[in-house]
Design a protein around this ligand. Structure first.
Ligand code: AMP
Ligand code: MG
Length: 494
């Protein structure tokens, strides 16, 4: 394509090793693309730790070369920019979509041999832009960077953020905003919607090729098993069950769980109006566009199942030539999902409560705590962390009789486990975070960056989120719950 490729000498310095497997798929699933020309790229954030993990080193490049690179003005050798085709159910409605403002540079081979997608978000229009400008604004790209790195710090599968640059261009939303490009790193950008795209075109031949590709890339053990596509469905469903359980256990609310935002790899993807819950309430919604609460905290497990049903539908022709048998097989996998979710969630909740063994009353003990938290409007994160301290709980809420009764019951349950209480508390501190990206801290940091070009609050927050399970008194301000977040709203990153 038209953009110049940087000289090889530079590439050897950086360490790119592209192997563009997706671009070797039939061209129906992508379109060649290129970054828009921008006039004043400037580096805002570069994730040096992630770069090191990827075997990339940008230290030897001049600042303007790095900015030009991450603004798509100088492409790495071996990259082959394309935009990916996909479809999706958005708030329940089917649409043909595709990368309208993203561009896949290709797949980079890391030192450990993994293949990861390198993607620009906000790099200009593509064949799939559907009237959109293909651009992104600085605030939403910084938000994705912050929250994805927070998820990574928490140990939850997620796409990563390598860099943010401003482009020097203005993007027009409700107000003029600074244009930006995020460089995203993912196990892949295959989505439920990628399969929906081919299924909608009734393109069974290419659908099979895509499924084989996804299996080879993300579930290689399934290649050659007797019913590979059914086992593929089961494996994707199980990774989603495990992922959503992880979200629930830290109070993460994705905000737009459309099928185009559900990754086949099992990573959290597409950080738009996402945010973390404070006071425990299953009805919590922060997204300004989610009027019906479809993607509320408490709905996430069942929405994932709904999305998996859309995924299963795409695979039907591959499951069995007899459509009734295909449906029956898919239904049986989908029917297992609630129990798989419950399994992952309960195992996680058991760890959060320091329980080492399993007892029949454990589920009720968990639900009783959640019921109390909801009626007391107790902070989800801080309550679990307080329980992990092993010290008497101060604070008015914890003096309520309902809580005291639950606490006594929990203490008795802990004592029935065959380990010292101190060991239980220590194990709890390893899974109950001290620091999550609190809404007011995120907003404060984004405002300073957007309005005053001051990145220090973003940098400080990122540093705090790197070790979310480690209590550090000097970081107490990141533990504070907002006084009232019932009117807090997040906006889609378009
Ligand atoms: P998202 O809300 O980021 O998951 O995007 C949903 C769909 O809208 C995807 O197909 C995006 O590529 C597309 N899209 C979002 N923002 C833009 C934009 N500014 N220009 C073109 N397409 C966009
Ligand atoms: Mg999306």
């Amino acid at each position: 394509m038209g953009l110049p490729t940087a000289p090889d000498a530079d590439q050897n310095v950086v360490g790119w090793r592209f192997d563009n497997t997706y671009a070797r798929l039939p061209e129906v699933v992508f379109a060649p693309a290129q970054s828009a020309v921008v006039h004043a790229p400037r580096l805002v954030l570069l994730n040096h730790r992630l770069a090191r993990e990827l075997g990339l080193e940008f230290g030897a490049l001049a600042a303007d070369t790095v900015a030009a690179l991450f603004a798509g003005q100088e492409l790495p050798a071996g990259s082959q920019p394309i935009s990916q085709a996909y479809a999706g159910h958005q708030f329940g409605h089917f649409t043909m979509l595709g990368d309208g403002r993203a561009l896949l540079l290709g797949e980079h081979r890391t030192p450990s041999g993994e293949l990861v997608d390198i993607q620009f978000k906000g790099s200009g229009p593509t064949r799939f832009s559907r009237g959109g400008d293909g651009r992104a604004a600085l605030g939403p790209m910084l938000r994705e960077y912050l929250i994805s790195e927070a998820m990574s710090g928490l140990g939850i599968p997620t796409t990563r953020s390598l860099a943010v640059v401003t482009t020097g261009e203005t993007v027009y939303r409700t107000t003029p905003l600074r244009g930006a490009v995020l460089t995203r790193v993912a196990a892949s950008h295959l989505r439920v919607g990628t399969f929906e795209y081919l299924a909608a075109r009734r393109d069974e031949r290419h659908l099979r090729a895509l499924a084989d590709y996804a299996i080879a890339r993300h579930y290689p053990k399934l290649a050659g098993v007797p019913q590979p596509y059914l086992e593929f469905l089961r494996a994707v469903a199980d990774r989603q069950a495990a992922l959503i359980a992880r979200w629930q256990l830290v109070g993460f609310i994705h905000g737009v769980m459309n099928t185009d935002n559900m990754a086949i790899s099992g990573e959290t993807i597409d950080y738009g109006p996402c945010a973390f819950m404070n006071a425990y309430d299953p009805n919590t919604v922060f997204s300004s566009i989610d009027h019906g609460g479809r993607y509320a905290y408490g709905n996430q497990p069942v929405i994932a199942q709904w999305n998996l049903a859309r995924f299963a539908e795409t695979l039907l022709p591959l499951l069995d030539a007899n459509s009734e048998r295909a449906v029956a097989a898919a239904m049986s996998v989908l029917g297992d999902y609630p129990a798989r979710f419950e399994h992952h969630w309960r195992a996680g909740m058991r760890r959060k409560l320091g329980l080492q063994t399993e007892e029949s009353g454990d589920a009720d003990l968990m639900q009783a705590l959640l019921r109390w938290m909801q009626q007391a409007r107790a902070d989800f994160t801080n309550t679990f962390r307080a329980l992990s301290s092993g010290e008497p709980l101060t604070g008015d809420r914890y003096q309520e009789q309902a809580f005291q009764d639950w606490y006594e019951r929990w203490q008795q349950r802990l004592r029935r486990d065959d380990r010292p209480l101190t060991a239980a508390y220590e194990a709890m501190r390893a899974v109950n975070p001290v620091i999550i990206p609190r809404n007011q801290r995120v907003e404060e940091a984004l405002a300073a960056a957007e309005e005053h070009d001051d990145l220090s609050a973003v940098q400080d927050l990122l540093a705090a989120l790197e070790l979310p399970y480690v209590a550090r008194p000097e970081l107490a301000k990141y533990q504070e719950a907002p006084t009232d977040d019932s009117t807090y709203r997040t906006f889609c990153g378009t």
